[in-house]
Design a protein around this ligand. Structure first.
Ligand code: HEC
Ligand code: HEC
Ligand code: HEC
Ligand code: HEC
Ligand code: HEC
Ligand code: HEC
Ligand code: HEC
Ligand code: HEC
Ligand code: HEC
Ligand code: HEC
Ligand code: HEC
Length: 369
């Protein structure tokens, strides 16, 4: 009894799954096949695709026509009678069908990250299988197709006070992402964001109107072999938002733009990861940068005309000094040495800002004014 029910259910299910072409379902084969004395021949009344266009709107009317459609080979993809797959397809799924002729895309689908709509919605989420007016028969122009499903990123990119030109230039989103699949998180083209960023930031960039120069980062990293924190593992997006931001230099949190700034804890992205205590308290042991207990971070940074971290540190990469202390600091075109010399319990500095001064955590240094 149970076996019979299972058998019946299987039959019903397979029937329910089957897509039957309505003209075939009528049983009147002569709709498409030539009638003969003893039934119907395999010969068709009209050749494909004209046969199909008797009942269907033309599929080759838009600017860019898919080669098999242009050739009129509807039956390369469709079974004219019935199929187990939606749209009478001749493969177990639409993706299987498409990649049977596009092995390069098949390879991308084997990558560790596949773009969810490719898997969940199949190729026709973005491509028309027949003809379209846009390049690659995309349903929207190539530079806009991503906006169809990621309006939040579009809005973010366009509304950010500081826009990242990378999103708008050349290939838009495709400058950084693969639309099908990749071996890297977030479908980016390279193993880590750093390689992606440096593929463009390998030259001086800038906006001449406001004399705002953006340095050659690839060169900067090549000359300074000691990358700071997240940059050691290529994670530029720990601090920067690749799609743009309201903060200076498309940062994920604020950072002052000049050499001096009135101190406030909220104004420094650094405190996302570092302890702010030495900057808030005049006396502390929470930092190595102190003379006795006097916090020299507090002295330099916590005032109305506070010195911004970049006068002393390079958080992208430094040369050889401990604590990512810079060799040189720059004020516009003036470049001068910090002459930083670490000692066992402190260090010395001899910048242009003041005479050579020292600090020592154990035996405070007396620095004459
Ligand atoms: C909507 C049009 C249409 C109808 C209706 C139709 N056929 Fe076909 N049939 C075709 C086309 C087109 C081909 C050629 C398929 C190809 O090129 O792969 C074909 C091919 C065939 C073949 C050759 C083998 C094969 O499957 O490719 C047989 C047999 C056949 N049809 C039988 C039938 C029978 C029997 C009926 C009626 C129950 C029928 N067809 C109804 C369009 C139709
Ligand atoms: C006699 C009219 C007729 C002819 C000839 C015909 N079709 Fe159809 N076809 C239909 C009807 C009716 C439907 C169901 C309504 C619809 O989807 O338009 C349909 C549906 C389809 C579908 C959609 C099935 C689905 O599940 O979404 C495909 C694909 C299709 N036809 C392909 C073809 C191809 C390829 C040919 C030529 C080999 C062809 N048809 C010839 C009448 C026809
Ligand atoms: C490269 C494979 C391919 C070829 C060649 C092809 N189709 Fe399709 N067709 C598809 C796929 C895939 C779908 C399903 C699209 C979807 O789900 O959005 C489809 C859907 C359809 C549909 C139903 C939806 C609609 O767009 O109306 C019809 C009818 C149809 N095709 C007819 C044709 C005809 C007629 C031809 C030949 C001129 C043809 N197709 C050639 C892949 C193909
Ligand atoms: C029967 C083989 C066949 C099938 C199935 C097929 N294609 Fe194609 N496709 C071709 C051929 C041939 C070309 C033109 C040659 C080329 O440029 O690669 C082409 C071109 C393309 C192009 C443009 C490539 C370019 O570089 O301009 C896209 C996009 C595409 N197909 C997507 C699809 C999608 C999506 C499907 C599934 C709905 C599909 N193809 C199914 C044969 C096929
Ligand atoms: C999320 C949207 C989207 C989906 C889903 C999608 N594609 Fe694409 N496809 C694109 C875009 C965008 C391009 C243009 C890529 C470029 O210019 O770098 C493209 C380009 C192509 C090309 C031509 C360029 C190349 O890399 O060979 C083919 C072929 C192609 N797609 C096939 C497919 C197939 C097959 C599927 C389903 C397995 C599919 N696509 C699913 C967006 C998509
Ligand atoms: C048809 C809808 C659709 C289109 C078009 C589309 N996406 Fe997606 N995308 C999704 C969905 C659904 C997800 C998974 C949910 C999410 O992360 O938003 C996703 C996720 C992503 C992710 C995150 C992947 C991860 O590993 O977390 C990236 C990156 C992405 N899409 C980029 C793009 C780019 C670039 C384009 C344009 C080429 C694009 N998408 C076009 C639907 C789409
Ligand atoms: C400059 C390179 C670059 C460009 C251009 C770019 N992205 Fe991204 N995108 C990334 C990186 C890197 C990540 C990973 C961010 C992270 O992990 O914090 C990402 C993450 C994403 C995600 C995952 C969700 C998220 O916010 O982390 C989506 C979706 C996405 N991008 C879509 C897009 C779309 C749509 C466009 C075009 C409007 C675009 N991207 C342009 C580099 C880029
Ligand atoms: C496709 C090329 C390209 C890629 C990839 C790219 N950028 Fe850019 N980036 C630019 C261009 C162009 C500018 C604008 C320069 C200008 O304003 O003249 C820019 C500007 C910037 C700026 C300064 C923004 C401002 O508001 O002044 C920062 C910071 C930046 N990029 C960081 C990154 C990071 C981090 C990555 C990697 C996630 C990255 N970029 C990837 C092309 C790129
Ligand atoms: C720890 C946070 C952090 C990380 C990680 C980081 N940056 Fe930055 N980046 C900043 C800050 C803060 C600024 C703005 C300060 C300034 O230039 O005065 C900046 C500025 C920039 C600028 C503009 C440079 C200029 O000359 O004004 C570029 C380009 C840039 N970063 C690229 C990158 C790239 C590429 C990576 C990854 C290799 C990266 N950043 C990693 C914090 C970071
Ligand atoms: C006047 C130069 C100068 C300025 C400005 C400066 N630092 Fe420092 N910083 C140092 C020196 C020197 C050390 C090394 C102390 C030592 O000998 O261990 C240091 C050490 C550090 C350390 C290592 C932990 C510690 O406190 O010993 C961190 C983290 C740090 N600084 C972050 C910052 C941040 C964030 C800013 C801006 C808000 C900043 N620094 C501003 C000179 C400076
Ligand atoms: C996303 C987290 C993160 C952010 C944001 C960040 N850092 Fe760091 N920082 C680290 C990590 C992790 C280390 C330890 C590895 C190293 O020494 O590079 C570190 C180390 C340092 C050191 C050396 C500490 C020592 O004990 O020698 C200094 C100096 C420093 N950071 C300054 C900064 C400054 C200035 C900023 C803001 C522009 C900043 N960091 C923002 C994660 C971060």
């Amino acid at each position: 009894m149970v076996a019979l029910i299972v058998f019946m259910a299987t039959i019903l299910l397979s029937y329910a799954q089957e897509v039957v072409h309505p003209p075939f379902q009528t049983g009147d084969c002569s709709i498409c096949h030539v009638k003969t004395q003893d039934g119907y021949s395999e010969a068709l009344t009209t050749k494909v695709p004209d046969l199909c266009y008797m009942c269907h709107t033309r599929k080759d009317q838009k600017k860019i026509v898919h080669n098999p459609v242009k050739a009129g080979n509807c039956t390369l993809c469709h079974d004219p009678h019935k199929s187990k797959t939606q749209a009478l397809l001749k493969a177990p799924s639409q993706n299987d069908l498409c990649v049977s002729c596009h092995p390069n895309i098949k390879k991308l689908l084997a990558k560790s990250k596949v773009h969810p709509p490719v898997e969940l919605m199949s190729c026709s989420a973005c491509h028309d299988p027949h003809s379209e007016d846009h390049e690659f028969r995309l349903k929207m122009p190539r530079k806009e197709i991503c906006f169809m499903c990621h309006p939040d990123i579009k809005e973010h990119a366009e509304k950010s006070k500081n826009k990242h030109a990378a999103v708008f230039m050349r290939d838009g989103c495709l400058n950084c992402h693969n639309p099908h699949g990749a071996d890297h998180p977030k479908l980016i083209h390279t193993a880590v964001p750093k390689d992606l960023c440096l593929s463009c930031h390998n030259k001086i960039m800038g906006r001449e109107e406001d004399g705002d120069i953006i340095k050659n980062m690839a060169e900067h990293f090549a000359l300074n072999p000691n990358p700071h924190g997240p940059n050691q593992w290529g994670d530029c997006v720990a601090c920067h938002n690749p799609h743009g931001s309201d903060n200076f230099r498309i940062l994920k949190a604020p950072f002052p733009s000049g050499h001096y700034a009135k101190f406030s804890q909220e104004n420094y992205i650094c405190f996302m990861c570092h302890d702010p205590t030495p900057f808030l308290e005049k006396e502390t042991e929470a930092s190595g940068f102190r003379n006795g207990k006097l916090s020299l971070h507090w002295v330099h940074v916590n005032k109305d005309k506070g010195i911004v971290c970049g006068a002393c540190h390079d958080w992208h990469a430094s040369s050889g000094n401990p604590h990512h202390i810079k060799d040189y600091t720059e004020f516009g075109k003036i470049k001068f040495s910090l002459n930083y010399v670490p000692t066992e319990n402190g260090g010395f500095c001899g910048p242009l800002c003041h005479p050579r001064r020292g600090y020592d955590r154990v035996k405070p240094v007396f620095n004459p004014r």
